[in-house]
Design a protein around this ligand. Structure first.
Ligand code: ATP
Length: 250
């Protein structure tokens, strides 16, 4: 279940954390990041991110909140190297992510980042086991390690008894836990999750958050996720609120 005691230590924007509680270095820093998109046909620009500064530290659970369309997914895509900023810097594991080309970003992403989506994004014809195994195959992990790693990841998310079920035979919460096992299989240091609990009822959402808390410790990951759910936000180490393309000020 959710560790509600963590709420007492929670910090909220506007002050992007400039240091961790234990003095460790950030794994990712964002400075002055802006992102615009061209209007189709009209020749103008939609200025979505207008100067974002933030840092993610090891073993943090960080949440992005804000109204629909405020730019949360746009920022998450930049953090994960799926997109690039028009302005500003993103440094990931001491490397300039904002300057890296597609191949370099893909290479870093495959090794160091895991993604989790609202809609689970599982292969429907593959079992939970095969879905996680596919993630290892795609990450280039040697075949000799697959069996042990798949078993470990599915056990971590509490699905050791559902390993051979296909997605349609699993509940929404169970499918999302398979998606988490898939996202951590290649041992990334950063997990990015876009509305991971949005499709789940409160009990299943709490289960997913409990799994997140466990894997931060056992797998040594940092998690950055978006959410609209105030109950879920209670377990964050830090909440950034996005308003009009920037983080909200007090
Ligand atoms: N590739 C793109 N091209 C054009 N506009 C885009 C693109 N990606 C995002 N946008 C626009 O940027 C704005 C922010 O979108 P984004 O998906 O980041 O918001 P969000 O805060 O995640 O919203 P929600 O909570 O509804 O998921 C929206 O107006 C969206 O239409």
């Amino acid at each position: 279940m959710i560790n509600w005691a963590r709420a007492a230590n929670r910090k909220t924007s506007p002050e992007p954390q400039t240091q961790s509680t234990d003095g460790s270095k950030p794994i990712l820093t964002v400075s002055g990041v802006e992102r615009s998109f061209p209007f189709t046909g009209a020749g103008g620009q939609l200025h979505v991110l207008k100067g974002i500064d933030m840092a993610l530290y090891p073993l943090q659970l960080v949440m992005l909140k804000g109204r629909s369309g405020s730019g949360k997914t746009t920022l998450l895509n930049l953090l994960g190297g799926l997109d690039q900023p028009n302005k500003g810097e993103i440094i990931f594991l001491d490397q300039p992510f904002h300057k890296a080309g597609d191949d370099k970003r893909t290479q870093i992403r495959r090794k160091e980042i895991g993604f989790i989506f609202q809609s689970y994004a599982l292969m429907p014809l593959l079992s939970a086991w095969e879905n996680v195994e596919l993630a290892l195959r795609m990450a280039g992990v040697p075949r000799s390690q697959w069996k042990q790693r798949v078993t470990h990841c599915l056990e971590l998310v509490g699905l050791s008894k559902r390993m051979h079920h296909r997605p349609f035979e699993l509940s929404g919460g169970e499918q999302q836990r398979v998606a988490i096992a898939k996202a951590i299989a290649h041992k990334p240091c950063l997990l990015l999750a876009d509305e991971p609990t949005a499709e789940l009822d409160s009990q299943m959402g709490a289960q997913v958050m409990s799994v997140f808390r466990d894997i931060i410790t056992t797998e040594q990951v940092t998690i950055c996720m978006t959410t609209h759910d105030p109950t879920i936000m209670e377990v964050a180490d830090h909440v950034f609120e996005m308003v009009d393309g920037k983080f909200a000020s007090k």
